[in-house]
Design a protein around this ligand. Sequence first.
Ligand SMILES: Cc1cc2nc3c(=O)[nH]c(=O)nc-3n(C[C@H](O)[C@H](O)[C@H](O)COP(=O)(O)OP(=O)(O)OC[C@H]3O[C@@H](n4cnc5c(N)ncnc54)[C@H](O)[C@@H]3O)c2cc1C
Length: 370
Amino acid sequence: MNARDQIRSRFVDVGARLVAPSTSARDRAGSFDRALWQELGAAGLFALSTLGERVVAVEGLVLGSLDLGLAVSVCAQLVVINVIATEGTPAQQQRWLPGLRAGTLLGACANAEVNAGTDLMGLKSRARIDDDGVCLSARKRSITNLGACDLALVSARVVDVPAREAVNVFVVDTNTARVAQRLRSDLAGLRTSPTGSLVAWRAQLGPSCWVGARGDGVRLFRKMFSDERISTGFLYLGSLKACRDRALLHAERRRQFGQPIGRNQYVQEKIVKMQVGIDLLEAHLWRVVDDYDAGVDLHGSLSVIKIFGVEVALQAALDLGRLLGSRGVSTDEPAERLVRDLLGLSILGGTVELMKMIVYDEARRHLSLP
Ligand SMILES: Cc1cc2nc3c(=O)[nH]c(=O)nc-3n(C[C@H](O)[C@H](O)[C@H](O)COP(=O)(O)OP(=O)(O)OC[C@H]3O[C@@H](n4cnc5c(N)ncnc54)[C@H](O)[C@@H]3O)c2cc1C
């Protein structure tokens, strides 16, 4: 077993032992468990150094637990850690990284707003530079880990600077005066992950809140999206593999018409589609990870992860539900939860439609069309 396989199987075990026993109950209650989060930190989930290690840990966690909500929170935390570790100041790193890595702190990437969803450049949050540092007025909504988090990377436009320097990202301690966060309680999917909103009303952040160089916001968006799209790609992969395994076992064991239902080609087709999805997604994901490590531009290939990965994982969850017969709609089975979670996943981090727009633009550029 190579090092990555070892990490994957370590986190399959962590997922099965620590997470899976309570996933269904947390999903029903719509709750996030901070003690469990710390246990994940203690298991080393947030302290892995390379992208390859982090993504196989996410895949393993999902395979072992089928808790996509918790895995979404993990992906957001990993993005925050990577941004602060690579772009933060030494003071920010000293202040935030030990707690984030230990799982005693929870972080969020807060970009989306009421009028800045698919079109993120419509963001209206404002930051004003003053004698005390930065004064932030922001409204962010539907953000993973908000409602329960300790710090958030918040994007805003700085006023009175040239347009090209306007978009910036700030690290915000959610305990700062005039900063409030609120949990959403209406979500049908990803219920084991907190999702919420943040309001900053002329909040004084101090001078050490800037992440990256001045005017670096758009580049930091790209960095956050790259990390998030790759790690959620491995989340889809873990979900697909778990659906295939559950479907295959049931197809071989459940007998109808005097034989296992897996002898029927309509049943086989569902499992074959899952296997084809796994093979193609896995190959694409590792190509992207290698390109990421080599510093190659990833733009369209990140969108392919989402367009292909989330759709094939959602179809697999639907097919698993059908293949299980009446058990498929039971809340004791993961299929219906996976469908709800994957619908949420098709929206967060950029919708499938947005990804298609990106791939279409890239195809046009390929032909050098004006
Ligand atoms: C559970 C959850 C967690 C989230 N976590 C985060 C987070 O951690 N950080 C963060 O910043 N955001 C987060 N989001 C927000 C998410 O990124 C946005 O919801 C998403 O980008 C879509 O924005 P919107 O909801 O405003 O939809 P809209 O932008 O209003 O889009 C509505 C529909 O129109 C389509 N559409 C819009 N414009 C076009 C177009 N030009 N062509 C074709 N179709 C189009 C969209 O694809 C979508 O189907 C989260 C959302 C959810 C549901």
